[in-house]
Design a protein around this ligand. Structure first.
Ligand code: ZN
Length: 123
């Protein structure tokens, strides 16, 4: 049976293996530094991308990716003059929403780390 794997981390004080979400070590009672990125709301990320393509990515901390979305979206709107934009714009818009939602979920589950700590990787 799989799925029993529990995310764990090691206490910064005593080194005990504790739940990844634990804020305080149950063994020694020392508060753990918040190593994980602050929780993202996938719904909010999607709504932001719904309102403006790229905004959900920026909310997720993926500034570079958000800018790329905004640039691609702008190009796509310009392409509406040659009809192509009517196809690419909705695709980019929906893609931006789905990506923002999934990225927020991945950040929350710890699969993806974004934020000020690795800003170079995001640009
Ligand atoms: Zn401890």
């Amino acid at each position: 049976m799989e799925g029993q794997l529990k995310a764990t981390k090691f206490c910064t004080n005593c080194g005990a293996e504790i739940d990844a979400k634990a804020e305080i070590c149950p063994k020694c009672g020392v508060k753990q530094p918040s190593s994980n990125s602050p929780a993202k709301n996938p719904g909010l990320a999607a709504v932001l991308s719904f309102l403006f393509t790229g905004l959900g990515q920026i909310y997720n901390g993926q500034i570079g990716k958000g800018i790329i979305f905004i640039v691609m979206y702008s190009i796509s709107i310009a392409l509406m003059f040659v009809v192509v934009g009517f196809v690419t714009t909705p695709i980019l818009w929906i893609w931006g929403m789905v990506d923002a939602y999934k990225t927020a979920e991945r950040i929350n589950s710890g699969q993806l780390k974004v934020g000020p700590s690795n800003k170079n990787a995001n640009i």
